[in-house]
Write a new protein. Structure first.
Lengths: 114, 117
């Protein structure tokens, strides 16, 4: 059983650019959630995808968007990057109805916006 | 909206001793899940233990146990026989038991645990 994987591990962008982060869910999981973790803070929920549809969104602007593919992998896209977007982006996968629907996390992508 | 509070930004414990990390939460819901996650310097968030709110029995996983007080909205983590590998940031998290559209985790700000050899 493979765990949650994310790519890339690190990324440096400049303000105004666009970025795409990728996540492969744990085998058998059909739900993917994305979180933003600023330095020294707890993760903040961005949105969740269930069977390729957005299934809940946190307090993030529309320039944060996502996709989920038929194999349940997912992308997080951020347009018009701002300095405050610098953070660790975590992806988590889960399977509704199992083990309290526990979310299992990937290692994260560290994004630095200059 | 639910909130999770961890009032101890940092804690330290001697190796082999016991330490308790505190967490309180606020919710109007009666059914929910609570979690403790560990985040070592490698950054990956690792599940430590989980608790269903409808269960009165406190969860236990080897050296890790919780003290769940539903009326007080308190969910503390006890680590027994602390080991060097336990050093990490520990996050308490809340999840509503409502499905489909309400599955987000709400995290506290974390407690940094240092193990003293």
């Amino acid at each position: 059983e493979t765990g949650v994987t994310q790519s890339p591990t690190h990324l440096i962008k400049t303000r105004g650019q666009q970025v795409t982060l990728r996540c492969s869910s744990q085998s058998g999981h059909n739900t993917v959630s994305w979180y933003q973790q600023a330095l020294g803070q707890g993760p903040q929920f961005i949105f969740q995808y269930y069977r390729e549809e957005e299934n809940g969104r946190g307090n993030f602007p529309p320039r944060f968007s996502g996709l989920q593919f038929p194999n349940y992998s997912s992308e997080l896209n951020v347009n018009a990057l701002e300095l405050d977007d610098s953070a660790l982006y975590l992806c988590a996968s889960s399977l509704p109805g199992s083990l309290q629907e526990t979310q299992y996390f990937g290692p994260g992508t560290r994004l630095l916006v200059l | 909206a639910q909130t999770v509070t961890q009032s101890q930004p940092e804690m330290s414990v001697q190796e082999a001793e016991t330490v308790t990390l505190s967490c309180t939460y606020d919710t109007s819901e009666s059914d929910y899940y609570l979690f403790w996650y560990k985040q070592p310097p490698s950054r990956q968030m690792i599940l430590v233990i989980r608790q269903e709110a409808y269960k009165q029995q406190n969860a236990t996983e080897n050296r890790f146990s919780v003290n769940f007080q539903k009326a007080a909205k308190s969910f503390s983590l006890k680590i027994s026989d602390s080991q060097l590998g336990d050093a990490a940031m520990y996050f308490c998290a809340y999840r509503s038991a409502l499905s489909f559209g309400n599955e987000k985790l709400t995290f506290g700000t974390g407690t940094r645990l240092t193990i003293i050899p």
